[in-house]
Design a binder for this molecule. Structure first.
Ligand code: HAM
Length: 414
């Protein structure tokens, strides 16, 4: 039955797992705050043209993976496949260059790509991202990389490798494209149809084609790093030095070309257990490409599902909070009502607590409280109501304390 099945490549986040996401989201918010990045939010869909121009119309994302449709007004819109183009659009639209530069922003967003769903690859997935606008030097490339590394380490993912590369600027890339075409021309017939169409317009994209045959044909292709100009080389050296200065180990990997067209100079990926958990780089031409003034920029996107997958595989521990701190077990109709009233007062003072709604037995209520992980419980019956006092039990130690029902909140420091 279709109506009881989520679409392929999408996932529900169940109540039993949502704490993990909340933990990661809070950790990311905090690391961004510490690094001086502020949150930006932007629409889930954009005019299709933005991604055609921004991400590039010869990329896999644009050619094969976008959720594009005409809305009821006949405009072509696309569910965002990534966040950078939207942030760049917002930068131009809202004249964000008026803010003190560099302007450092971050986001947590769902993204949509029509991909073959498999382990670590979804059609709706979520990204943490940062984008920094206005700084030209390689130091900020290193800052952005270091933010991703610090975040991954802070949530317990130690098994990571930072792979870096430079894909040069439009000038050096033009020279490289010629050399690459020269290399590929005799093998053109063996390439997939998409890559054949990329040959003239954007041969670099052939290097990140997912077809095994195209990959085989590309082995031994000229290295982009051998073609970059002095300015791009200096930038790359500066990036490496800045990473070293921050104590971040990296490996230069010239197979990192990234699957989006806007990159210039620095590109990097953070790999864990064979997965690219994070990818980013500099994109000095994007703002101009979409109609703004030339503006240097750098950022990354980090896949939340992939991160979780790797955290689980590597056995990292995430701090889980109990669902509630306090459960009031009630016996009898009067206590049932009183428990609800007490819980409401406590909740308004910020104490997380719960009560019975199922008219269960004392034993069954205790079991439920235990399943929720309640730190404390109290049994409320006729005697407790009559005396105005009850015993709070610490579920872990078994220790009990007598407290006034009216003053319960003070037991919880509220
Ligand atoms: P990206 O490499 O396409 O870059 O995506 C970034 C991260 O999103 C990947 O490293 C991966 O963890 C995750 N990801 C991508 N596709 C999927 C998928 N189908 N399923 C699950 N996870 C996925 C970008 O999106 C750029 N906007 C990054 C950037 C920001 N560059 C500069 N600023």
């Amino acid at each position: 039955m279709l109506i009881t099945k989520a679409p392929k490549g999408t996932q529900d986040l169940l109540p039993s797992d949502s704490w993990k996401w909340q933990y990661l989201e809070k950790s990311f918010d905090e690391i961004c705050r510490v690094f001086g990045y502020r949150q930006i939010r932007f629409p889930t869909f954009e005019h299709t043209e933005l991604f055609l121009r921004g991400v590039g119309d010869t990329t896999d994302i644009v050619q094969k993976q976008m959720y594009t449709f005409n809305d009821k007004g006949g405009r072509s819109v696309t569910l965002r496949p990534e966040g950078t183009a939207s942030v760049a659009r917002s930068y131009v639209e809202n004249s964000l260059f008026q803010y003190p530069l560099p302007l450092k922003m971050y986001y947590t967003v769902p993204c949509f790509r029509y991909e073959k769903s498999q382990k670590g690859r979804l059609r709706e997935f979520h990204q943490f991202g940062v984008e920094a606008f206005g700084a030209t030097g390689p130091e900020i490339d290193a800052e952005v990389t270091s933010l991703a590394v610090a975040f991954l380490k802070s949530v317990g993912l130690d098994d990571i490798e930072v792979s870096i590369n430079s894909i040069g600027c439009p000038e050096c890339r033009a020279k490289y494209n010629e050399a690459l075409k020269e290399f590929l021309r005799p093998k053109l017939d063996g390439l997939c149809d998409t890559c054949k169409s990329r040959f003239e317009r954007n041969p670099l994209r052939i290097l990140d084609c997912k077809s095994e045959e195209c990959n085989r044909i590309c082995s031994g292709a000229p290295r982009l790093l051998d073609y970059i100009c002095d300015d791009c080389r200096q930038h790359f050296e500066g990036y490496k030095k800045s990473l070293e200065n921050l104590g971040i180990s990296y490996k230069v990997d010239d197979s990192v070309v990234r699957g989006l067209d806007y990159y210039t100079k620095t590109v990097f990926e953070i790999i864990s257990g064979g997965f690219a958990v994070c990818g980013g780089g500099r994109y000095d031409g994007l703002i101009e490409e979409i109609g703004g003034d030339s503006t240097p920029a750098v950022g990354f996107g980090l896949g939340i599902e992939r991160l979780l997958l790797r955290l689980q595989e590597s056995g990292a521990k995430m701090p889980q909070k109990p669902v509630i701190d306090f459960y009031i077990v009630s016996m009898g109709e009067a206590a049932y009502k009183r428990a609800q009233e007490m819980a409401y007062k406590l909740r308004q003072k910020g104490v997380s607590c719960d009560v019975d709604f199922m008219h269960r037995s004392l034993k069954a209520q205790m079991k439920y409280a235990d399943k929720l992980g309640a730190t404390y419980t109290m049994v409320l019956g006729e005697d407790e109501i009559a005396s105005g006092k009850g015993r709070i039990k610490n579920m872990a130690t078994g220790e009990q304390n007598e407290v006034s029902l009216e003053e319960l909140h003070s037991f919880f420091g509220r």
